[in-house]
Write a protein that binds this ligand. Structure first.
Ligand code: C2E
Ligand code: CA
Ligand code: CA
Ligand code: CA
Length: 279
């Protein structure tokens, strides 16, 4: 039994070594990608289905590695978080989104609101607010056109310091959205204390609508709670007319998903705006 155990152990470590090596390679490639501007942003429209107008968009980072081809953020964001690269990556994303906001505005496309994903690790740093303000000033982006998406899990039981930080961001004119809502266990009491404008219902709850009774119950309860608290709701991952109808029946009209559009390169999003002008 001992021998077998040892063999298992060796097998396991060999496997772990391969994975650790892969991770290190990915980390080094990502470091280079950030330094050499190999990253880009795609923009997914957010639609007000009542008017058909574009409410704004979510910026999603893309990495096209010359050797490996496109690498999904679901794969490299965790590596960026583990290695600390998320700070540089996050600054790059925010700066690029701000520059794009200015370019669209100068191109006469209006004040397009861009939502930017913020990792919990970025948000938890004492320097976070200063770095955001510096990027806004450097780029000349309008703070009211930048929304920061912070995940529900990053804001579980926030201490006074984190709450203060949220208020500072709002004080600078930015707006805040709670991302992946429903995946944590937020209480109503806690939500009331956060200076957020919006909830984004996690796509895992939208995927099986309208057939899945549990998901339907979660979404319905979230919508009525948000209404009571005066929060806007964006449903993400909307792919079908049936999902859209379910949400509309419950007065959730802000949506994002493949039913409307995939995330688009900046030029394609500008084309989208000409057909679906901003509200
Ligand atoms: P997320 O913030 O929940 O972003 C939504 C994800 O759902 C995006 O995946 C988007 O392309 C995808 N999506 C949009 N509509 C649909 C749909 O109708 N159906 C389905 N099945 N999926 C849809 P993406 O771009 O692969 O990003 C994955 C995750 O990586 C994001 O999830 C976010 O957590 C993270 N991420 C992406 N960009 C950034 C970034 O700039 N910074 C940080 N910190 N995280 C990012
Ligand atoms: Ca998001
Ligand atoms: Ca999300
Ligand atoms: Ca489900």
């Amino acid at each position: 039994a001992k021998a077998a155990g040892r063999n298992n152990f060796q097998f396991f470590t060999a496997d772990m070594n391969v994975r650790a090596t892969e991770r290190l390679l990915l980390e080094n490639a990502l470091r280079r990608a950030i330094a050499t501007d190999q990253l880009s942003l795609h923009y997914q429209p957010q639609i007000d289905t009542r008017s058909g107008r574009t409410m704004g968009c979510e910026a999603l980072v893309r990495w096209n590695d010359p050797a490996q081809g496109p690498i999904s953020p679901a794969r490299f964001i965790p590596v960026a978080e583990d290695s600390g690269l998320i700070i540089q990556l996050g600054d790059w994303v925010l700066r690029e989104a701000c520059r794009q906001q200015v370019r669209w505005s100068q191109a006469g496309l209006g004040e397009v609101c861009i939502a930017v994903n913020i990792s919990a690790l970025q948000f938890r740093r004492a320097e976070f607010v200063d770095s955001v303000v510096a990027i806004l000033q450097e780029t000349g982006a309008s703070p009211s056109a930048i929304e920061l998406e912070i995940t529900e899990s990053a804001l579980m039981q926030p201490g006074e310091q984190l709450l203060e930080r949220l208020h500072q961001l709002v004080g600078h004119g930015l707006s805040l959205a709670l991302d992946d809502f429903g995946t944590g266990y937020s209480s109503l009491a806690y939500l009331k204390r956060l200076p957020i404008a919006r909830l984004k219902v996690d796509q895992s709850f939208v995927a099986d609508l309208p057939g899945d009774p549990e998901d339907a119950a979660v979404v319905t309860a979230t919508l009525s709670m948000a209404r009571d608290l005066g929060l806007e709701v964006v449903a993400e991952g909307v792919e079908t007319q049936q999902q859209r109808a379910f949400l509309c029946e419950r007065q959730c009209t802000l949506m994002q998903g493949y039913l409307f559009s995939r995330p688009l390169a900046a030029d394609d999003f500008a084309g989208w705006l000409k057909v679906h002008p901003p509200a």
